[in-house]
Design a protein around this ligand. Structure first.
Ligand SMILES: Nc1ncnc2c1ncn2[C@@H]1O[C@H](COP(=O)(O)OP(=O)(O)OP(=O)(O)O)[C@@H](O)[C@H]1O
Length: 290
């Protein structure tokens, strides 16, 4: 991995290289992972190359990892390898471990939130949110109670919104449903692939605040792919910066945790200075070596 060169701007810059604690168990561990599509054919394509990183399983607090990089560098590939979702899964070479065990496919310990919501169109909000519990054969009364609780947790009204269908909801409301549908199952690892990419800036900041609140409550480890540098710096404890394809991680940075509302913190000089620095490192990562 390239050396992390940090520069300070006008205001104090709050970026640090990531420190690791070897005594803690690892919740996610990538060991020299590469993914090659159509190997041995003229369409052979290496999407990620030799990626190694690990995230510690910190007691009572999950880490939030923001992932930045140019289009097509393999960000989704990394998420889907953790989730065990084909065709990105399995890796061509290397090892992907979750809780110290090789990933063998999808599992309830890992929840995925996509950009396009992926709510079931013919199910109501209540039925969408309760879907995982239904699959787990949770009795009706408990399922409805827990689904209503999660509808409220994501800022929707169980009475007013519970009976609506996805086509009757705005983009932000649909993404709230998708988040509730995933988090109701209490996954230890939450994988989010540009979940707020289609939302307007105001809705996006509200969703960022909501996510921080739910993440703190669930104490889960979150991997969050975004093209928005401010979003990654605001939400992340740690930010990964990828090189262009074939993707590698060129920087891992520790950033300030989100301890104030998005609209407040994202205009502060120290925050803006960190964003400027991450943008510089991202631009630098995208340039070919001299
Ligand atoms: N099934 C596949 N067969 C061949 N190539 C693939 C396949 N799936 C993905 N790729 C390629 O792998 C590369 C990495 O894809 P990936 O979706 O992980 O990138 P990304 O960084 O998430 O991109 P974006 O930011 O545009 O969403 C891309 O060039 C993509 O075209």
């Amino acid at each position: 991995m390239a050396r992390t060169e940090l520069q300070t701007g006008d205001a104090p810059c709050e970026l640090k290289p990531v420190a690791s604690d070897p005594t803690l168990p690892r919740i996610v561990d990538f060991k020299n992972v590469s993914k090659v599509y159509h190997p041995g054919t003229r369409n052979e394509f290496t999407s990620i190359r030799d990626i190694s990183f690990h995230i510690e399983d910190t007691p009572d607090v999950g880490e939030f990892i923001g992932i930045l990089g140019p289009s097509g560098c393999g960000k989704s590939t990394v998420l889907r390898l953790i989730a065990g979702l084909a065709p990105h899964f399995p890796a061509t070479t290397g090892e992907v471990l979750v809780h110290g065990q090789p990933v063998e496919g999808p599992g309830p310990d890992r929840g995925f939130v996509f950009q396009d919501y992926a709510n079931f169109p013919h199910r109501t909000v209540l039925e969408n949110v309760g879907f995982g519990l239904e699959c787990a054969h949770v009795p009706d009364k408990e399922r409805i109670e827990r689904a209503n609780e999660w509808i409220a947790k994501v800022g929707l009204d169980p009475k007013k919104d519970g009976g609506k269908y996805p086509h009757q909801l705005s983009g932000g409301m649909n993404q709230r449903v998708a988040i509730a549908r995933t988090l109701i199952m209490h996954p230890r690892i939450i994988l989010m692939d540009e979940p707020f990419g289609a939302l307007d800036p105001g809705t996006r900041q509200n969703m960022q605040d909501l996510l921080v609140k739910l993440w703190r409550e669930l104490e889960a480890t979150v991997f969050f792919v975004t093209h928005d540098v401010s979003e990654a710096v605001y939400l992340g404890d740690r930010v990964f910066i990828f090189s262009p394809s074939p993707g590698t991680i060129v920087h891992q940075l520790a950033v300030m945790p989100p301890d104030r509302p998005a609209a407040e913190m994202q205009v502060e000089p120290a925050f803006l200075s960190s964003v400027k620095e991450v943008r510089r490192l991202l631009d630098q990562a995208g340039k070919p070596a001299l």
